[in-house]
Design a protein around this ligand. Structure first.
Ligand SMILES: NC(=O)c1ccc[n+]([C@@H]2O[C@H](COP(=O)([O-])OP(=O)(O)OC[C@H]3O[C@@H](n4cnc5c(N)ncnc54)[C@H](O)[C@@H]3O)[C@@H](O)[C@H]2O)c1
Length: 250
C-alpha cells in the first residue's frame, strides 16, 4: 500500500468503538483524522495515538451538518493528505416507544446515523476517486438485523446504512473502492453503559446468557473487523455485512 493510501477518517472517534477503531488503524500504520462532535475526548484520543508513535489529527464536527463536515475534511486533507479509508461510526441512540417518537427525535436520529454517513462519504469520495482506491466502512447495528423495541427510529437508521452500503458498493466497485458494513452486537462502550444505567435494557447477565458467546463484545473486536475491511487484502470484498455480535444475530 502506498503512503497516500494510508489516511483514514473515523467519525465518532472520541470514545467507545470509534476510539478503538482509530487506535487500531493507527497501529496498522495509517494517519488518522479523528472526528467527533465533542472536542475534549477526541483531543485526548489523538494525543494518545501521537504519543504512541502514530499520527492523528483531532477535528470537531457534527456529522449531520454539511458545512462542518466540509471544513473538517478539508482540515484533514491539508494536514494529513487525501483520505482513502473512511469509517462512518458516529451514532446516537434513543429509547422511545414508537407511538411516542416525535418528529424532532426521529429527525435527529436519522440525521446523525444515516444522513451523517451520506454527508461524510460524499465529502471524502473525491479523494478516493482521484486515487482509484478506497475503503468505506459503515457501522450499522444488530438492531437493524433482528429489530429493537423502543428503537424503531434507531434501527431504521441502521438498516438504511446497510442498504446504502450495498448500493454504494455497486456504484464504486469498478473504481477501486470497497464499501462494507459492520453490525456490532452488544458492545461495552459508553453508549451501552448509558442504556444499562438507565435501565433501558434487561440486566446484562440476563441479556448475554442467550448469546452463543455469552458476554458483551469489546470495542477492539469491532476495530479488528474494521482493520480487515480497511486492508489491502480485502480488495475483493465489498457490499458485505459482517456481524461482530457473539452469534446474536444471524
Ligand atoms: N455499543 C453498542 O452496543 C452498539 C451496538 C450496535 C451498534 N452501535 C453503533 O456503533 C457506533 C459506535 O457506538 P458506541 O457504542 O461507541 O457509541 P458511544 O455513544 O459510546 O460513542 C459515540 C461517539 O460518537 C460521537 N457522536 C455522536 N453524535 C455525533 C455527531 N453528530 N457528530 C460527530 N460525532 C458524534 C459521540 O460524541 C461519541 O464520541 C454507533 O454508530 C452505534 O450506533 C453500538
Amino acid at each position: 500500500m502506498s503512503e497516500t493510501r494510508k489516511i483514514a477518517l473515523v467519525t465518532g472517534a472520541g470514545v467507545g468503538m470509534g476510539e478503538a477503531i482509530s487506535r487500531r488503524l493507527a497501529e496498522d500504520g495509517m494517519a488518522v483524522g479523528v472526528l467527533d462532535i465533542n472536542a475534549e475526548p477526541v483531543a485526548s484520543v489523538a494525543q494518545a495515538i501521537n504519543s504512541a508513535g502514530g499520527r492523528a489529527l483531532p477535528v470537531v464536527a457534527d456529522v449531520s451538518d454539511r458545512d462542518q463536515v466540509e471544513k473538517a475534511v478539508q482540515t484533514i486533507r491539508e494536514s494529513l493528505g487525501p483520505i482513502t479509508v473512511l469509517v462512518n461510526n458516529a451514532g446516537v441512540e434513543n429509547f422511545t416507544a414508537f407511538a411516542e417518537i416525535d418528529d424532532v427525535n426521529w429527525d435527529r436520529i436519522l440525521a446523525v446515523n444515516l444522513k451523517g454517513a451520506y454527508l461524510v462519504t460524499q465529502t471524502v469520495l473525491p479523494d478516493m476517486l482521484e486515487l482509484a482506491w478506497g475503503r468505506i466502512i459503515n457501522i450499522s447495528s444488530f438492531g437493524a438485523q433482528i429489530g429493537a423495541p423502543n428503537m424503531v427510529h434507531y434501527s431504521a437508521s441502521k438498516g438504511g446504512l446497510i442498504s446504502m452500503t450495498r448500493s454504494l458498493a455497486q456504484e464504486l466497485g469498478s473504481r477501486g473502492i470497497t464499501v462494507n458494513s459492520i453490525a456490532p452486537g452488544f458492545i461495552d462502550t459508553p453508549m451501552a453503559r448509558r442504556a444499562i444505567a438507565g435501565n433501558k435494557l434487561p440486566p446484562v447477565d440476563e441479556l448475554v446468557r442467550a448469546y452463543p458467546i455469552p458476554r458483551m463484545g469489546r470495542p477492539e473486536e469491532v476495530a479488528a473487523a474494521c482493520a480487515y475491511f480497511a486492508s489491502e487484502e480485502a480488495g475483493y470484498v465489498t457490499a458485505q455485512l459482517l456481524g461482530v455480535n457473539g452469534g446474536t444475530a444471524v
